[in-house]
Design a protein around this ligand. Structure first.
Ligand code: 5GP
Length: 178
């Protein structure tokens, strides 16, 4: 099925992403050395990032998954978040790192942080592969960030448009088919 979209350009090449993930992995491994860390992956977009990030760490970690959906139009976050899938294990007293694909308005992350903090983790931080700071509606920033990108809708490396394009190895910008 055609979505009427095509890949117009590659914004971040696969190789550049891999280099950055290695750097993030080194930093996170250092910061959490000797700690008991849980990586909380936000489905589905962050799956590819999680998969590479966890293999770039040289500390033992557990992984768990959450799925959330924000009400509203497909490309616009409303801030009202519904939990579609919750964590499988308790995070009380554990060091937690949310693994996000992209922070846009920040509304989803704000909701997730509040929700997870209410479960009394030992600490809660955020790593995001991509950040679009120009679009922010709430005062929130990732503790670890891969790339700041301009205000463009991107796909690839796990990110979709109507469930398409997730398997592209780089981060890409879409154009409209005429
Ligand atoms: P926020 O609540 O920060 O506005 O939105 C976060 C979520 O919106 C992301 O986890 C992602 O699912 C989606 N999103 C925001 N910007 C983009 C984008 O440029 N491309 C894609 N594919 N999804 C995006």
């Amino acid at each position: 099925m055609s979505s009427g979209k095509y890949v117009e350009k590659v914004l971040i090449e696969a190789e550049t992403i891999q280099k950055k993930i290695k750097e993030l992995g080194d930093k996170i491994s250092k910061d959490y050395a000797g700690e008991d860390l849980v990586l909380i992956c936000v489905l589905k977009g962050a799956v590819v990032f999680l998969s590479d990030l966890m293999r770039s760490l040289d500390i033992p970690v557990e992984i768990d998954f959450m799925a959330v959906s924000s009400y509203g139009a497909a490309t616009e976050s409303s801030g009202v978040v519904r939990i579609l899938k919750d964590l499988e294990r308790s995070i009380e007293g554990r060091h937690c790192l949310i693994v996000e694909d992209i922070i846009d308005t920040g509304l989803t992350l704000k909701y997730m942080k509040e929700y997870l903090l209410s479960q009394l983790p030992a600490s809660l931080k955020v790593v995001a592969l991509l950040d679009k700071p120009q679009r922010r509606k709430v005062d929130i920033a990732p503790d670890y960030c891969g790339f700041k990108i301009p205000d463009e809708f991107v796909v690839g490396f796990g990110l979709d448009f109507n469930e398409r394009f997730r398997s592209l190895p780089g981060v890409c910008v879409l154009g409209d088919k005429l």
